[in-house]
Design a protein around this ligand. Structure first.
Ligand SMILES: Nc1ncnc2c1ncn2[C@@H]1O[C@H](COP(=O)(O)OP(=O)(O)OP(=O)(O)O)[C@@H](O)[C@H]1O
Ligand SMILES: [Mg+2]
Length: 260
């Protein structure tokens, strides 16, 4: 900021100036956060998408696929791309978190379908990472949620479980408990120390050292925490008795499939 932009309006008191400086600092911090989140959210889904395109190309080059198989794989890529486009739209909502203007759009949807769709999207990169996803999901679990926000929560937890899960299986479980649903994502990696568990939901916090090669901004869990809070839910993280991290999200169900 140059000095002319910062010059005080004539007659402003020192208190008013301090107030204005605080507001500007907050606006700059909010913009920085938004840039970090945008980069994270737009980059994350690119990896599975590129992986699928590469696999298809390799297969076509060696004549491995029939036209039907090519069509099937293109369909899958299309699915992931449409998911990506939706996520870009969600960014607008995420930017509102920092300005306190996050609004969810709950509609009647089936959580089981949603989770199965996410598992399908991650199936290829998860297998590739040595972390196949096991699902324990009821046949159907209708309720009223913002599907994009819900997707974003589960996506982030699953992608972390694959990234930090030590090339071992990942389990996703969904259960209904009275008026709420519990979603747990469990890996079989090294788990998270108590000290780290206390800070990983903060913005830009990573439990691992700066020499860590796995990329990430440390905003994924912050976004998850904010969305869960907006849904009036809770999120907890524990280490499983036999190792690995378990993230559990509990959110209200708000009626079964009623459209708002
Ligand atoms: N399943 C897990 N097992 C072990 N550590 C984890 C797990 N999930 C998260 N962490 C730790 O918590 C930190 C914060 O996670 P978060 O998702 O917010 O950021 P990130 O994965 O580093 O980056 P990104 O912003 O790309 O998601 C991670 O850097 C990692 O150290
Ligand atoms: Mg992450």
């Amino acid at each position: 900021m140059n000095s002319s932009e910062a010059s005080p309006p004539s007659g402003a008191t020192s208190e008013e100036l301090q107030q204005r400086i605080a507001e500007l600092a907050e606006a700059v911090a909010a913009r920085d956060t938004f840039i970090a989140i945008a980069a994270h959210e737009l980059r994350n889904p690119m990896t599975p998408m590129l992986g699928q395109v590469d696999l298809l190309l390799q297969g076509i080059r060696v004549g491995k696929y029939s036209p039907e198989q090519i069509e099937q794989r293109l369909e899958r890529i299309r699915h992931v791309m449409s998911h990506y486009v939706k996520r870009a739209a969600v960014l607008l909502n995420v930017s509102r978190i920092t300005s306190g203007k996050l609004t969810l759009e709950p509609v009647g949807c089936d959580l089981s379908d949603l989770v199965r769709g996410i598992a399908e999207t991650f199936a290829e990169p998860a297998r590739h990472a040595g972390s196949p996803i096991g699902l324990d999901v009821p046949a159907s679990l209708p309720g009223t949620w913002d599907p994009l926000a819900m997707e974003q929560i589960i996506d982030n937890l699953v992608s972390n479980a694959i990234k930090y899960g030590g090339r071992r299986p990942v389990d996703v479980r969904v259960e209904a408990f009275g008026d709420s649903v519990h979603i747990s994502v469990r890996d079989h990696g090294p788990g998270i120390s108590a000290e780290s568990r206390a800070r990983i939901f903060a913005r830009f916090e990573r439990a691992i050292g700066t020499e860590e090669s796995r990329s990430g901004f440390g905003v994924g869990l912050w976004v998850v925490g904010q969305l869960v809070e907006a849904m009036e839910g809770t999120i907890t993280v524990d280490n499983a008795p036999d190792g690995g991290a378990v993230f559990t999200v509990a959110v209200p169900r708000h009626g079964e499939g009623t459209r708002s």
